[in-house]
Ligand binder design. Structure first.
Ligand SMILES: [Zn+2]
Length: 309
């Protein structure tokens, strides 16, 4: 009987221990659940916020992207129009072409150029911002892409100049304008078309960017080139890539440069007047066709010649 009693107590004690440990486990579980719920809530909050940020970037990026596409297509269209304006193949546009675009025998340079531009236009039209698939985890990448796009749009807008369709003849200065004749003004030659404008040019999307220091005026060989203002010749002769080159100091902070001539008829230190012939259009130096490369400087800084026309 005594043994049975002891056993009963023993069982009771075991029972109490089991119950209390069960209670402890339950409180532990509920704490964990509470904690988990809390973190889940915070995580969701965080996720929501990130998603908002991401969506904002995405929206901006898409906007910038479509603007870029439009700007670039406009840029290409302008080049295509400029080629169509050509009355003859003046061999000015020479670009390294991919193998499949190499011209066939007898194909002109302008045709080659048109082919390249249309090919680029086709590629640009197809271009999609598929980029999001891979960068959704990295908002930093989106920011840098957005920056790149904004930069490209900036460049494209800068090169967006209206196309000249008429043939310009340098005009003779009137008497009233004599005082103005010390400042470069007007076109220095009778040109057919502007074959290359001032500034950043060509294939901004493919990274082949080059700064064009002047304006290229396509003209027939031997077309007279005139001084765009009164001044003193500071260079007349061969100058590497510039070929036969003339530089004039206009003594008021302005200087002008005339490159790729076939010949010049002025000498160093010679005084020239606005409208005076200084040489003739050619294709000397680093040139692929007859044109005048015209540069304007102000206080030794290169400036856009367009501002002086
Ligand atoms: Zn040039």
């Amino acid at each position: 009987m005594q043994n049975m009693k002891t056993l009963k107590y023993f069982i009771l004690i075991i029972f109490i221990i089991v119950i209390s440990s069960e209670c402890k486990a339950q409180t532990f579980n509920s704490t964990i659940n509470k904690y988990y719920k809390q973190t889940q809530q915070e995580y969701n909050k965080f996720k929501k916020k990130r998603q908002k940020e991401y969506n904002k970037f995405k929206q901006n990026y898409l906007k910038e992207f479509s603007e870029f596409k439009n700007n670039y297509l406009k840029y290409l269209d302008r080049d295509i129009r400029s080629i169509n304006l050509m009355t003859f193949d003046d061999k000015i546009h020479i670009i390294d072409l991919p193998l499949n675009l190499r011209p066939k025998k007898g194909e002109s340079n302008s045709k080659k150029q048109l082919k390249l531009l249309n090919w680029e236009k086709y590629n640009i039209k197809k271009l999609e911002p598929s980029i999001f698939k891979e960068i959704s985890k990295d908002p930093k990448k989106i920011i840098s892409l957005l920056k790149d796009l904004k930069h490209l749009n900036f460049i494209l807008k800068k090169t967006d100049k209206p196309l000249k369709k008429t043939i310009h003849t340098p005009r003779k200065p009137k008497r009233k304008e004599v005082s103005k004749n010390n400042i470069p003004h007007g076109f220095p030659t009778h040109y057919i078309r502007i074959s290359s404008p001032f500034g950043w040019r060509k294939h901004p999307i493919y990274g082949r960017m080059k700064f064009h220091r002047g304006i290229d005026l396509a003209a027939n060989k031997n077309t007279p080139i005139i001084a765009s203002a009164n001044g003193i010749i500071t260079y007349a002769g061969y100058n590497d890539g510039y070929g036969i080159f003339v530089k004039i100091n206009h003594l008021n902070g302005y200087k002008t440069g005339y490159a790729h001539m076939c010949r010049t008829i002025v000498k160093n230190n010679q005084k020239v007047k606005k409208g005076e012939v200084i040489g003739y259009v050619g294709s000397s130096g680093n040139s692929t066709g007859n044109h005048l490369h015209y540069e304007v400087y102000y206080k030794d800084q290169i400036i856009d010649p367009n501002k002086t026309f």
